[in-house]
Design a protein around this ligand. Structure first.
Ligand code: PMT
Length: 398
């Protein structure tokens, strides 16, 4: 079932560490190549020799142990298709959430660019601690899969939530993620998010109400499906995949164009300003006695249209990049969207109504209609932006 798959298991110092011996056997029985790294504390609960025998591989504990040309944390991270940390203690969870790399395990996960599953196990009071919950939310929001602990009798004598979830659950989740991240189907997604910022002077700018949530949800989904993902955004955001921060429409265009040649899918979810100030002032514009101030604007490049033209001009080449635009309208949504897909020339156009407060700009929800080049369309009912992102990716890959 898992033939050819490389699974990296990180074990931290909790009593549930002993259960991972059986998990390793389950993966080995399914023909996976299993490598194990432990924190020093994990070895209080399970021996290195046991893990080595079961995984049939060297077990890593200390950094700088291996005699290879790459530093260990990079070689472990490069080799594995998936990493799972079980049991994950409150300590390790918090370190990962803050980017702390003070042992082999935390360094590896920091360098890891593929799916990560975290299965926490700890005392119930520690589990309920808002700091731990916040750290878990942070990890979940950047794409780590958290398998929540179960409730029951805990080794520390307490009764409550904190017991490592079942090994079957970890096993099945790993298989499901590996199946959906089949590297043969891996694509390169380039996704833009957020409103561009066009400076007027050093203190003022022209922008819009885009929060970047829709584009980020799309990038998270692409990444979760095992794709190489590049998010080009005006928003400050930390993700386990590559994020390129830009400000203006021109900067966004430069960044997207640089990725064009190697991209399989480009999604323009960003709200790009159509105009920028013609003569941006280097100094703060002073108030005068005039009642009016006129700003002269010039058109920004149409990034989406430029990409579609580029694709059109390269028709002779066999490479097929899918180009997806968004369409933000406050009236006549579908009529305007139909005109826009023809005008821009993209393969798909996702139309959303930005006059509604319960979807669109800044909301956690959206409701969209997907228009295809061939005239077909499909409405996606109101749902979280994550769910809408999932359905959009499914639709454009059919
Ligand atoms: O960010 P959120 O708060 O989550 O909100 C999501 C969203 C409403 C911003 C998003 O879903 C959305 O609709 N994005 C596109 C907004 C927009 O610029 O729409 P438009 O109809 O003006 O542009 C059509 C398309 O052309 C878009 O893909 C846009 O990225 C692109 N464009 C527009 C102008 C320009 N100069 N260059 C472009 O590439």
């Amino acid at each position: 079932m898992l033939s050819g798959k490389n699974i990296l298991i990180g074990i931290t110092g909790g009593i549930a560490a002993y259960k991972i011996c059986e998990l390793i056997r389950m993966f080995k029985r399914a023909n996976a190549n299993v490598r194990v790294i432990c924190t020093k504390n994990a070895l209080n609960f399970v021996t290195k020799l046991t893990l080595q025998n079961l995984s049939q591989n060297e077990v890593g504990v200390e950094e700088f142990e291996l005699d290879e040309y790459k530093p260990e944390h990079i070689s472990y991270a490069d080799e594995a298709d998936i990493m799972l940390i079980a049991p994950a203690t409150a300590n390790t969870i918090s370190k990962i959430a803050h980017g702390i790399c003070d042992n082999l395990l935390t360094s590896v996960v920091c360098a890891f660019r593929k799916p990560v599953i975290i299965a926490p196990a700890m005392n119930c009071n520690m589990w309920e601690n808002p700091i731990i919950q916040k750290n878990l939310q942070k990890l979940s929001s950047i794409g780590y899969k958290i398998l929540e602990p179960e409730s029951g009798f805990l080794a520390c004598g307490y009764e409550g939530k904190g017991r490592l979830c079942s090994l079957e659950k970890i096993f099945e989740e790993t298989i499901q993620i590996l199946n959906s991240t089949n590297s043969n189907n891996q694509k390169k997604y380039v996704i833009t998010a957020g409103g561009t910022i066009e400076d007027i002077d050093p203190v003022r700018y022209i922008s819009n109400y885009s929060s970047g949530k829709m584009g980020i949800a799309l990038a998270d989904e692409a990444y979760k499906n095992g794709n190489e993902t590049i998010l080009i955004t005006t928003v400050d955001v930390e993700r386990p995949y590559k994020v390129i921060k830009v400000k203006s429409a021109e900067q966004m265009q430069d960044a997207v164009n640089k990725e064009f040649d190697t991209a399989d899918v480009i999604i323009m979810a960003a709200a790009v300003a159509d105009y920028r100030v013609k003569n941006k002032s280097e100094q703060k514009i002073k108030k005068t006695c005039d009642d009016e101030l006129t700003l002269e604007l010039v058109k920004n490049p149409d990034i989406l249209k430029g990409l579609c033209e580029k694709k059109q001009n390269e028709m002779s080449k066999p490479r097929d990049v899918k180009i997806v635009g968004f369409c933000a309208e406050s009236e006549n949504l579908l009529q305007n969207a139909k005109e826009k897909i023809t005008k821009k020339g993209c393969d798909f156009l996702i139309a959303n109504d930005i006059s509604r407060k319960d979807i669109g700009f800044s909301s956690d929800y959206n409701e969209v209609t997907i228009l295809k080049k061939n005239g077909e369309s499909k409405k996606l009912e109101r749902a979280s932006k994550q769910e809408i992102a999932r359905q959009i990716l499914k639709e454009i890959n059919e």
